[in-house]
Design a protein around this ligand. Structure first.
Ligand SMILES: *[C@@H]1O[C@H](CO)[C@@H](O)[C@H](O)[C@H]1NC(C)=O
Ligand SMILES: [Ca+2]
Length: 322
């Protein structure tokens, strides 16, 4: 049955099953003297249900009412399923077996951290991602990781668009992939950080997306949408909200210089930054200014972090029908 014929089916259902039940009950309650031809048995059909008894018959009235209530509950149940079906894009409902992100994989029972294939709605060929299935309830799709300085992050536009690095180690998933994921629904962003004393902190944003409103996201510079901060690392990203992505070979920032070239990274620079997680791996305190892996509200502009991991997750609860 096509989904678009289902409301009609529901209306028909309401009319033929539920409505006569109520009419019969109402007639028996308020017009008790209307003569009856036959009195239906408990197992009678729906059509023979609507005959009118001479007297008020309490057990019969109750059975009619309970029939109506059962029908009502069934109808409400169907209506709820209809509602879920039609609003599924807003609730991040997965209609099939192909996971759209690590949230879908988590909802389908996967609990192991590691590499999985995901198939976003507008990227049907899919790609591999690292899923964090353990942090704060799991279901996170990792979009960036720094941990040992083994990968060069001072790269140009094409690298940042397509992605680079090793999925199990240091990597950038790619603006194209992050865009394809984040336009599927409402996503949140979590950033886990660690310094060289093994202290950890995190920043979480209830809203996240790149190029959410772009007709051509590449041409538009994959602008960042971020909001609703929580966590203990402090907010070093809200000032980048609405900014386009800048690389050393593509200047989309608000500075007269190129912030990516100046701070040896690639980010949604304004003029220029309060965070620089794609900066150089400078291993802790450094004398140069703001060109390491910085999260200014936690460790300032001259401390390059040991570990950084950015990950996203759909915010609505996962609902599965099948
Ligand atoms: C940090 O953790 C690593 C690995 O667990 C350990 O080898 C190292 O000694 C720790 N460093 C400090 C400063 O505690
Ligand atoms: Ca500039």
């Amino acid at each position: 049955m096509s989904p678009f014929s289902r409301p009609a089916f529901i209306l028909t259902y309401l009319y033929t099953i539920l409505f006569p039940g109520f009419i019969c009950a109402a007639l028996r309650l308020f017009c008790p003297t209307v003569p009856s031809i036959t009195r239906p048995s408990a197992s009678s059909s729906i059509s023979s249900f609507c005959v009118l008894p001479v007297n008020i018959d309490i057990p019969y009235l109750l059975s009619t009412l309970s029939f109506s209530i059962a029908s009502l509950l069934e109808t409400v149940h169907s209506a709820v399923l209809e509602l879920i079906y039609f609003t599924s894009p807003y609730f991040h409902l997965s209609p099939g077996s192909r996971p759209r992100d690590c949230g879908d994989l988590y909802a389908s029972g996967q609990r192991e951290d590691g590499i999985y294939s995901v198939f976003p709605l507008h990227h049907p060929a899919g790609f591999q991602v690292y899923c964090d299935m353990t942090t704060d309830g799991g279901g996170w799709t990792v979009i960036q990781r720094r941990e040992d300085g083994s990968v060069n992050f001072f790269r140009g536009w094409e690298s940042y668009r397509e992605g680079f690095g090793k999925i199990t180690g240091e990597h950038w998933l790619g603006l194209k992939q992050i865009h394809a994921l984040s336009i599927q629904g409402n996503y949140e962003l979590r950033i886990d950080l660690e310094d060289f004393e093994n202290s950890t902190a995190y920043a979480q944003y209830g809203t996240f997306g790149v190029g959410l409103f772009s007709v051509d996201p590449d041409d538009d510079g994959y602008p960042l949408t971020v909001g609703d901060y929580s966590g203990n690392a402090g907010d070093s990203l809200m000032k980048h909200n609405g900014m386009k992505f800048t690389t050393k070979d593509r200047d989309n920032d608000h500075s007269e210089n190129n912030c990516a070239s100046f701070y040896h990274g690639a980010w949604w620079y304004r003029n220029c930054h309060t965070s620089n997680l794609n900066g150089q791996y400078l291993r802790g305190q450094h004398t140069s200014y703001a060109d390491g892996i910085e999260w200014s509200t936690w460790t300032g502009w001259q401390y390059s972090l040991k570990f950084s991991e950015m990950k996203i997750r759909p915010t609505a609860r996962q609902i599965y029908l099948s």
